[in-house]
Design a protein around this ligand. Structure first.
Ligand SMILES: Nc1ncnc2c1ncn2[C@@H]1O[C@H](COP(=O)(O)OP(=O)(O)OP(=O)(O)O)[C@@H](O)[C@H]1O
Ligand SMILES: [Mg+2]
Length: 242
């Protein structure tokens, strides 16, 4: 579903992604983990072209994301992205946050978009919040609205960049539960996360990055018990200590 081949990227003379290749089959869930500055956000953002790449190629369901001939706005409708800081539209109600893209980009009728949005919001425990504005919601609620907003486009791929890092601890579970439910439904996902227990539980593969490179790719039971590189061993020791 996602195919990343030999991707390189620099910011000025700072090489932040070095020869990255990664395949994510349909319905697989991959966790991107690694130290701060490893290039995790940069990499996940290249998958829907929020960042450009210098060389290499990325396809999502066979659409070449960085090909100039690709209609990137159309391609992005198939790729949901959930940010650390929610990024909801502050002046729109919860319902309007979720329906705006299906109406404006997919051409759905208001009634059709609202029906689907209400189903999604209700399934995410937000059935009472259709008319609320984002600033009246908790972080966990805002993040679940952001997930509903992404799902309203019926994407085949969901990308999450540290979806729980900005949340108070008691709200982490409700957001992880929502992502867990998507994994069960067979959604193809890439999740940048520091939640090691969660990564271990829902992921098919752990992708460990450091210094702009993929250092190890392994299923969680292998990665967490038998990391092969010193970089991964040191990282896990530090994380587990913490
Ligand atoms: N827009 C930018 N301009 C210049 N340098 C950037 C830009 N975005 C990221 N970088 C640099 O690229 C490197 C990788 O950053 P990135 O945000 O991808 O790391 P990360 O693994 O997501 O880290 P964290 O865990 O702290 O979120 C860092 O050295 C960062 O300073
Ligand atoms: Mg990051």
């Amino acid at each position: 579903m996602i195919s990343i081949k030999n991707v390189n990227k620099s910011f000025g003379d700072h090489h932040v992604l070095t020869d990255i290749s990664l395949e994510v089959p349909k319905s697989n869930v991959v966790a991107l983990i690694g130290p701060s500055g490893a290039g995790k956000s940069t990499l996940i953002r290249t998958i829907n072209a929020l960042e450009t790449i210098d060389t290499g190629s990325i396809t999502v369901n066979d659409i070449a994301i960085h090909d100039k001939k690709t209609n990137i706005n159309k391609a992005r409708t198939n790729i949901g992205f959930v940010f650390q800081n929610f990024n909801l539209y502050p002046f729109l109600s919860v319902l309007d946050n979720v329906t705006i893209a299906p109406i404006k980009i997919k051409g759905q009728s208001k009634a059709e978009a609202e029906k689907r949005a209400k189903e999604l919001l209700t399934s995410l425990g937000l059935g009472e919040k259709f008319d609320a504005f984002p600033n009246r919601l908790s972080g966990g609620q805002q993040q679940r609205v952001a997930i509903a907003r992404a799902l309203a486009m019926d994407p085949e791929v969901m990308l999450f960049d540290e979806p729980t890092s900005a949340l108070d601890p008691e709200m982490v579970k409700e957001v992880l539960d929502a992502i867990r439910a998507l994994a069960k439904q067979g959604m193809t996902m890439v999740v940048v996360t520091h939640e090691m227990g969660f990564a271990k539980e829902i992921c098919d593969d752990i992708v460990f990055m450091a210094d702009g490179k993929i250092v190890e790719v392994a299923p969680p039971d292998v990665f967490f018990t038998n990391p092969t590189t010193d970089r991964a061993k040191d990282f896990l020791a530090a994380v587990l200590n913490h």
